[in-house]
Each structure stands twice: as C-alpha cells, then as structure tokens.
Design a protein around this ligand. Structure first.
Ligand SMILES: Cc1ncc(COP(=O)(O)O)c(C=O)c1O
Length: 279
C-alpha cells in the first residue's frame, strides 16, 4: 500500500505508511506529441533519485492498471531498466495485471525486452479462476537465502502456498496459453478496428491500446479519475444490455477475457458506442 501513489485508495492510512520516492509515469496515447518530453523528465527524475543508494524500483511494466490504464512505451521501460541496472538497484516488475498475454506478449517485460530481477504474478496465472500468486526472482536473489544458518531463511509463507487446486488451474490455463498464443498476439488490431470508429467523438480523449487492453478518457464532467461519476452511469447502462464493464471514473476500458469471440468484442464496442451517443 505504501508503494502505491497516495490517492483515494490509501489516503486514510497516509500517516501510517513509510515514505516512498516516486518517478512520474509518462502515460501516452495515440497521437501524443509530448511523449518524448514526458519520458525525458521521468528519466531525469529517476537518475537523480538513484544517486541515493536504492534497494529496488517497482513498476507495472507497460500498463498501470487500477491507476487508470495508463500506458507507456516499451522503449521507456527498457531505458528505465538500464538505468536501474547501472545504479546497482533491483527492478521489481508487478505483472499481476499485465502478465499472461494481456499486453500482447506472454509477459509485458518481454515486449519491453528487459529481464526484471523480481516479478509478481497472479490474476491470469489461473485464468482468474482460482486464487494463486507467485513471486519470481533471479537465481542470484534466491541463492542469497540459501545458507546453513536458519537466520538467512526467508521464513514467510502463506497458508495456501502451492494449493493443489490453484496449481491445477494454473497448469490448465498455461497449457491453453501455450496452445493458443494467437488469442493475445493479434488483439491490438482488433481493438483498433473498432476504436477507429470512435475517432470523431470530441469528448473521447487519450485513446490507447496495449495488446488486449484498450482504454480512453471521457472528457465529460469536471472531476478526474475515480471521483468522476460518469463511469458508474455507463456501467449500469452497459449492464442493462448484457455487457459488464468496470470504468475507472472517466476512464472507459475493455480488458476482455482471452476467450472472447470477434462477435462478442464487436458487440461490446457497439453497446458502448450506443451509450455514448445517447449520453
Ligand atoms: C497491478 C496489481 N498488482 C497487485 C495486485 C494485488 O494482487 P493480489 O491480490 O494477487 O495480491 C493487483 C490487484 O488488483 C494489481 O492489479
């Protein structure tokens, strides 16, 4: 919780959390002319902060999910990774949302052509069917806990570590992913073929796509993010037509299950379009 940006999610606990140093996230979208400028500022800030010895940098590679489907370019993540390495810090990639095909590669870190030191995964690990999470780390980090002295052991475990049903669901889901990579490899074009039809709507801003995730902001109402109620309204109108979406305030996004058919995706966009046209 302390790692996350201070916002509505955690502000009630503000004075209980340890301080964290943050780097701006250079979110980008289609036709964003400022992207390089934003990335340079972020890089500069990272380089300045890393002058102080830093244990680790944590980020969601390519897409900040609950933060608002904020996307960055793979080359930005690559540059960040190089700087972290050069400063002897560790890179922790939170792939809980971005992993398992979500961003158009099996893992987002692969699309960014980096190798993080630690990776957290869950959601897509079991296809979302059973709860299971894994923390992966490089061999070197793992070995640093191996010693004859119990003082070196990493003693923390969960009651349900390696739960057999969770593992079975994960294996089944991984088999499917391996067998059908097309389900996530070619998703971007599908989203774009629908989003192009939204292009003329003046209140649609910051259209962005990363693999299977598509999002845009609605420039309606004067409140941003979770404080904007337009998302709730759209959610209930969509539900009436059989489409379950969960806008993040004024950010409308589609993050469909990989088993969605082309017709179902088309219908989802059609429903959203009808709602927007009638707002
Ligand atoms: C990016 C990200 N990291 C971590 C978590 C927490 O994951 P878990 O509930 O598996 O601990 C979430 C949950 O939504 C998430 O979206």
């Amino acid at each position: 919780m302390a790692l996350g940006e201070r916002n509505i999610f955690n502000e009630n606990f503000d004075n209980l959390m340890f301080p964290v140093r943050r780097v701006p996230w250079p979110s980008t979208w289609m036709n964003d002319e400022e992207v390089e400028n934003k990335e340079n500022k972020a890089i500069q800030k990272l380089e300045t902060l890393l002058k102080t010895p830093t244990v680790a940098v944590i980020l969601e590679p390519l897409v900040q999910g609950a933060g608002g489907m904020n996307m960055v370019r793979p080359q930005f993540i690559k540059k960040v990774s190089e700087i972290i390495k050069n400063n002897n810090s560790l890179l922790i990639a939170d792939e809980v949302l971005t992993g398992f095909g979500r961003c158009g590669a099996l893992f987002a870190f692969q699309k960014a052509k980096i190798i993080p030191d630690l990776i957290s995964i869950s959601k897509g690990l079991t296809g979302g069917f059973l709860p299971m999470g894994i923390t992966l780390c490089k061999e070197k980090i793992f070995q640093s806990f191996i010693d004859d002295s119990p003082r070196k052991t990493f003693w923390h475990g969960h009651s349900f570590t390696a739960n057999p049903l969770g593992c079975a669901a994960a294996n089944a889901s991984l088999d499917l992913l391996e067998k059908e990579p097309k389900k996530y490899l070619s998703f971007e074009e599908k989203h774009l073929s629908h989003l192009i039809k939204f292009k003329n709507l003046s209140y649609i801003k910051k259209v962005r796509v990363s693999g299977t995730i598509a999002a845009f902001d609605l420039d309606i109402g004067n409140k941003k993010g979770y404080f904007n109620n337009i998302g709730k309204e759209i959610k209930s109108l969509a539900m009436e037509q059989g489409l379950f979406i969960r806008p993040l305030g004024n950010v409308i996004y589609l993050l469909p299950p990989l088993c969605i058919t082309d017709d179902q995706l088309g219908k989802s966009y059609w429903i959203i379009r009808q709602i927007l046209d009638n707002l």
